[in-house]
Design a protein around this ligand. Structure first.
Ligand code: ATP
Length: 237
């Protein structure tokens, strides 16, 4: 069996006395696409923030065998972790290209930043819009730019918080195809989604989070066929 790249064991994250993540264990193997599914308030964003070091957590967390728990966000970035938050956080009044350049500068992991040519190959739409202000991009284009900017830092594990949020179905499909392609190019991915159908279509493995705990786990195909997942998250569509 391949050694996991990311290993979280019994993670607990609390806001004051209220535990939003209650003993979550998960692993991501190198080059795999793992999804964490769950409804509003299940604890998905809290979990990602704890993995990134934005929120303090209890439990164990290892990345490529090293203990991450005591490392601050910058040190986790340097090891190759990258998080694209739900808000996407682009610099609205700067051009697409300048946003990308800042990605190389701000989010650089070991080994230097990615190059623009590579990003424009992966995201041809961004090449067409390189001089446009990021604030004038469509929702799907903004998500693409957020991904490309994160990739400029050459992450080894890319974590995405609901990239499908607010996007039309066709655009969701395009964003998901791109996420799958990044996995195919070798980046390990942890994809947090409410859109279970879209996420399970591309993921290798999935976890279902409810009330801050993992209630179900399995390979995507198994989850797609699981009666509880179908009933609660996939509906009859
Ligand atoms: P969504 O899909 O709506 O973003 P989520 O699964 O990402 O949901 P979280 O945002 O992690 O869920 O929230 C988990 C729980 O923690 C919720 O009950 C939420 O109200 C609570 N929570 C989140 N942020 C805070 C905070 N800053 N202070 C207190 N409670 C919080």
């Amino acid at each position: 069996m391949t050694r996991p790249m990311l290993e979280a064991e019994n993670l607990v994250v609390a806001y004051g006395k209220v535990e939003a993540v209650r003993g979550v264990s998960l692993t991501v193997a190198p080059g795999r696409l793992v999804t964490v599914l769950g409804a509003n308030g299940a604890g998905k964003t809290t979990l990602l923030n704890a993995l990134m070091g934005v929120l303090p957590a209890k439990g164990a967390l290892r990345f490529e065998g090293d203990d991450l728990m005591r490392l601050p966000v910058e040190a986790r970035v340097a090891r190759g972790l990258s998080l694209i938050p739900e808000r996407r956080e682009l610099f609205a009044t700067m051009s697409v290209e300048d946003n990308l350049k800042l990605g190389a500068f701000r989010f650089r992991a070991k080994g230097g930043g990615g190059d623009l040519g590579e990003m424009y190959r992966l995201f041809p739409r961004l090449a067409e819009r390189r001089r446009q202000h990021a604030g004038t991009l469509s929702g799907g284009e903004r998500q693409m730019l957020a991904m490309a900017r994160a990739l400029m830092g050459r992450p080894r594990l890319l974590m995405l918080d609901e990239p499908s949020l607010g996007l039309a179905p066709l655009i969701v499909a395009e964003v998901m195809r791109t996420v799958a392609r990044l996995r195919d190019e070798g980046v390990a991915i942890l994809l947090v989604e409410q859109n279970a159908r879209a996420a399970l279509r591309i993921a290798d493995h999935g976890y279902v989070l409810d009330g801050g705990t993992v209630v179900l786990e399995g390979d995507s195909r198994t989850l797609q066929g699981d009666a509880r997942v179908v009933e609660t998250y996939l509906g009859s569509l």
